[in-house]
Design a protein around this ligand. Structure first.
Ligand SMILES: C[S@@+](CC[C@H](N)C(=O)[O-])C[C@H]1O[C@@H](n2cnc3c(N)ncnc32)[C@H](O)[C@@H]1O
Length: 184
């Protein structure tokens, strides 16, 4: 994860209002499941603020950025590019090759919103499907990251957290960063 070559997630497209929750959840899922950075479109400032706030409260390292240049972000990426799409190759068939490449190179994972132009399919090193059925960018990203990291992301440590959740069989227990109880 954070000691390996970088993994960044690019949210390709955002419709303010309609996509706010989905774009926020792309960022939160990228953070929770081991990516180092999410890059959001320039019209997704509300989602950026929410993801940054969660990172402040629950820890990092994790970066959230915005760009007006989605295509240039892909074109200028120095590393491998994966585009998640229901039309792609089956994740179970290509995950091994992607993991192998990621051992030595940064990885950019592109997830769409509305329609993704064909140029993105062309620019990607892999177009990857998490099943060839339509579902969501959040679900696709979660399964892909878990396949990429082979479950190691579930045990990651968080730095500089204000809040830390203590796993409970029942109820909620949250302690602050230095371990003081803050139960609710
Ligand atoms: C509302 S869907 C659009 C579906 C679109 N027809 C497509 O190419 O997958 C928005 C995004 O969810 C992701 N997505 C949806 N289904 C997927 C699947 N089966 N595998 C991987 N990603 C998927 C893709 O990144 C897609 O751009």
């Amino acid at each position: 994860m954070h000691e390996e070559p970088e993994v960044a997630v690019l949210r390709y497209g955002h419709r303010p209002g309609r996509d706010d929750r989905m774009t926020t959840h792309v960022g939160l899922t990228a953070r929770a499941l081991g990516a180092d950075r999410v890059i959001l479109p320039d019209n997704a400032s509300q989602s950026r603020a929410t993801v940054a706030d969660i990172t402040d409260r629950f820890g990092g390292p994790f970066e959230v950025e915005q760009t007006a240049e989605l295509d240039a972000t892909i074109d200028r990426w120095s590393g491998a590019v994966v585009h998640l799409t229901m039309y792609g190759e089956r994740v179970q068939d290509v995950a091994g090759d992607i993991r192998q490449r990621h051992r030595s190179e940064p990885l950019l994972i592109v997830v769409g919103g509305e329609k993704v132009p064909f140029e993105v399919y062309d620019a990607a090193d892999w177009n990857v499907a998490v099943t060839n059925q339509p579902h969501s960018e959040v679900a696709g990203l979660a399964v892909f990251l878990d396949r990429l990291f082979e479950g190691r992301e579930l045990a990651q440590e968080w730095e500089d957290a204000e809040n830390r959740v203590v796993p409970q069989a029942s109820g909620k227990r949250v302690v602050d960063g230095d371990g003081a109880a803050d139960e609710s």
